[in-house]
Design a protein around this ligand. Structure first.
Ligand SMILES: [Fe+2]
Ligand SMILES: [Fe+2]
Length: 251
């Protein structure tokens, strides 16, 4: 990583870390951020599962096992956030089940857009190239290594701003600290996976490429946040009573 990238990374991650910490500490904004994490964590499971199957089909049992464990961990992470939402009497809105507000033919069909973060992070790659059936292994490993490494620090940082004085926040804090540990483990096996494929000088080169991309993506994300280009839609709704859970369950 060159020095400029390093400085940009610190600036980008500092601003975004401050933003997420403030969002999770505030009880009013907490549900939406929890819902975002639930969707992201659970959303990664089909991708990782398919990738694990591909590794097995290609004869890499070591990688297949790591990916299967990775998918199981991300399933659990999604459940931790779902549970935290339930404790706040909220749940994620199932957008696939929403009644249509306009008749089919008058609906404006917007092409599916990538978030500014992912558009910047994966610049030069089409969505087609990023599918688990075809994604270049180096692209998957380099990009995911950086994201997991940073996620482990971000989750720990966010956990530590949660107050200890109420049971619900304390429970979420413990859940997030255990997630942070898992993410660290994911970064570690991905590093090993890269190191199995190339000499160490190339490992560092690949990691530098994705660190630089992440830095640019964070700046794109922060810029978007400041300009508020996209309307932020609520990802949560009140839980219906039958779906509520009894108080305090350990995660
Ligand atoms: Fe996760
Ligand atoms: Fe992870």
């Amino acid at each position: 990583m060159n020095f400029l990238t390093y400085l940009m990374h610190l600036a980008g991650s500092g601003a975004v870390a401050y933003y997420s910490a403030a969002q999770i500490r505030d009880i009013k904004t907490r549900p939406n951020i929890l819902a975002g994490y639930q969707l992201a964590e659970s959303g990664s499971v089909p991708f990782l599962t398919k990738l694990g199957e591909r590794a097995a089909a290609e004869g890499d049992t070591w990688l297949a096992e790591k990916l299967a464990k990775h998918a199981a961990d991300e399933t659990r992470h999604g459940q931790v956030f779902a549970h935290a939402l339930k404790q706040l009497d909220k749940q994620v809105i199932d957008f696939t089940n929403q009644p249509k507000s306009q008749p089919e033919e008058t609906q404006t069909k917007k092409p599916q857009q990538r978030s500014p973060f992912f558009a910047a992070f994966f610049t030069g790659y089409t969505s087609e190239q990023l599918k688990p059936e075809v994604i270049d292994w180096n692209v998957f490993m380099g990009s995911t290594y950086i994201l997991e490494l940073d996620a482990s620090k971000d989750f720990a940082r966010m956990a530590n701003v949660l107050p200890d004085d109420d049971a619900v926040s304390r429970n979420l804090k413990l859940g997030m600290l255990s997630i942070a540990q898992d993410e660290k483990g994911h970064a570690s096996y991905l590093y090993d996976a890269i190191a199995r494929r190339m000499p160490s000088s190339q490992v560092e080169q690949l990691i530098d490429v994705w660190r630089e991309r992440k830095t640019k993506a964070m700046l794109a994300f922060a810029r978007n946040l400041l300009q508020r280009k996209e309307e932020t839609r609520s990802l949560v709704r009140d839980a219906v009573p039958a779906e509520k859970e009894p108080e305090l369950v350990t995660v």
